[in-house]
Design a protein around this ligand. Structure first.
Ligand code: GAL
Length: 475
């Protein structure tokens, strides 16, 4: 069902697991600032200590080996490597930390996939305007080149930016994630645009300066729900579904993989709403400049983060406010038959992943795809016997198998979110996504396998053995 070189992985992100927020010369990031303020995160929790992976990396390695992973996706904390965000000052201790992680993985035959940016901008850069500033593309490019130069002899799979949609929407539209701004209908488009420009600059740098000698691959991680019409017979719901996908998936996938620009329906809806509301400022959805390196074609594979699905209906009257929601003009609801998993937004629909994979194949000319995140949470009571979650993983992996075998989708790997229970952003430690439980109440942050972790290990072993046998029979 899965090819022998299929990547079996799990993922984490620096701010969510490392702790050591000011250790050994690390600079503060926007998440440090955000959490140290009051009333923003569940019970005012923070990632100050979290799983303490900065000191307990070897424990994490133990978990990775227990699972039998072939790949591990981690992110670099930009401010741990470059405390003020620039290469004026390199934090040697930070470099050493990631060198050890990468070298230990390779010594154990686990391949690293590294994300350069997973939500945690150095605060020093936020102070200069952060992602709203057009300067960020060049600054990110310098950081990316530093990472390619320093680690690219060993890291062959790179993600520039994780979920630009979530950064833009949650950080600048809803204000629920760092930097906590609520500038509706305007800033998220600017932030998303600068992230695409930054990603493109970094991809071009890799392509011209490092690809020949390092031979790796670079992409950005795009999150998307699967969406289908609430009433398949309604042309309004069909059109609303197209808009739903255009404003999440298309916002980032179209420029990079399809046209070099945002989906037409984004442009027309944003323009129409601006007119309706008498908006006088600069066009809200920016334009890609021909004087800059092109964004189109700047991904060597498709990196997909998938969690859930929606049934979509047309929304009708949107009220007087400018906002991303009113521009999109489509409402997603969950189906009563999809079990809700921990958090209310996460309705489980494994077939949704298969459908989305097929949609990506059909609309984007069959790119190689890595599923860089997929997972299920527990809220409240912690149960090491998380049989339900183990079942969800199994069902979802089977849908991935069908996408490969029956739909001919070129899926190269699957990364579970997450290796460990960790700091789940605004939900703090109340929401647990780990394959390993972490005891946050003690000083030792002890890791223990959930049943889902043990079952995932068995699944990996089974498919790897099967692939090995298939290889022998075809030889
Ligand atoms: C993603 C994010 C992860 C993790 C996950 C579960 O949006 O990349 O960091 O938090 O959601 O909610």
């Amino acid at each position: 069902m899965f090819p022998g070189n299929f990547a079996w992985g799990a993922a984490t992100a620096a701010y969510q697991i490392e702790g050591g927020w000011d250790a050994d010369g690390k600079g503060p990031s926007i998440w440090d600032t955000f959490c140290h303020g009051k009333g923003r995160v569940f019970e005012d929790q923070s990632g100050d200590v979290s799983c303490n992976s900065y000191q307990l990396w070897e424990e994490d390695l133990g978990c990775i080996l227990q699972l039998g992973l072939t790949h591990y996706r981690l992110s670099f904390s930009w401010a741990r490597l470059l405390p003020d965000g620039t290469t004026r000052h390199v934090n040697k201790k930070g470099v050493q930390y990631y060198e050890k992680v990468i070298d230990d993985l390779l010594a154990n035959n686990v391949l690293p996939m590294v994300t350069l940016y997973h939500f945690d901008l150095p605060q020093a850069l936020q102070d200069q305007g952060g992602w709203k500033s057009s300067e960020m593309a060049g600054i990110f490019d310098t950081y990316a080149k530093f990472c390619f130069r320093t680690f690219g002899d060993r890291v062959k799979l790179w993600i520039t930016i994780n979920e630009p949609y979530v950064c833009a929407k949650m950080g600048y539209e809803d204000g629920l994630f760092a930097p906590g701004l609520k500038e509706q209908g305007v800033s998220a488009y600017i932030v998303g645009h600068n992230m695409l420009r930054a990603h493109a600059r970094a991809w071009h740098s890799y392509d011209t300066l490092y690809r020949a000698t390092q031979g790796g691959a670079v992409s950005l991680a795009i999150n998307s729900d699967w969406a289908e019409p609430l009433d398949p017979a309604s042309s309004e719901d069909m059109a609303a579904t197209q808009r739903y996908l255009a404003f999440t998936f298309g916002w980032f996938a179209w420029p990079v993989f399809l046209t070099g620009d945002y989906p037409g329906v984004m442009r027309s809806n944003v323009e129409r709403r601006s007119k309706e509301q008498g908006y006088q400022g600069r066009p809200r959805l920016p334009t890609f400049s021909e004087d800059e390196p092109s964004v189109l074609g700047t991904a060597d594979f498709f990196a997909l983060n998938y969690y859930t699905s929606r049934k979509v209906k047309a929304r009708g009257a949107c009220g007087g406010m400018l906002s991303l929601d009113s521009d999109r003009d489509a409402e997603g609801v969950t189906d009563a038959s999809w079990p809700v998993c921990g958090v209310s937004w996460l309705a489980v629909f494994p077939e949704g992943l298969r459908n989305l994979l097929r949609y990506i194949k059909d609309t984007l000319n069959g790119p190689e795809i890595y599923i860089t995140e997929n997972g299920f949470s527990q809220v409240g009571l912690v149960d090491l016997e998380d049989v339900q979650r183990a079942g969800y993983y199994l069902d979802t992996i089977q849908e991935v198998g069908k996408a490969i075998q029956e739909d001919g989708v070129d899926v190269r790997g699957y990364f579970a979110w997450s290796l460990l229970d960790n700091f789940e952003w605004a939900s703090g430690y109340s929401v647990r996504f780990g394959l390993f439980h972490v005891d946050f109440s003690g000083a030792e942050q002890k890791r223990s396998s959930y049943v889902s972790g043990k079952e995932y290990a068995k699944t990996i072993a089974k498919y790897r053995t099967q692939a090995g046998t298939d290889d022998l029979t075809t030889e």
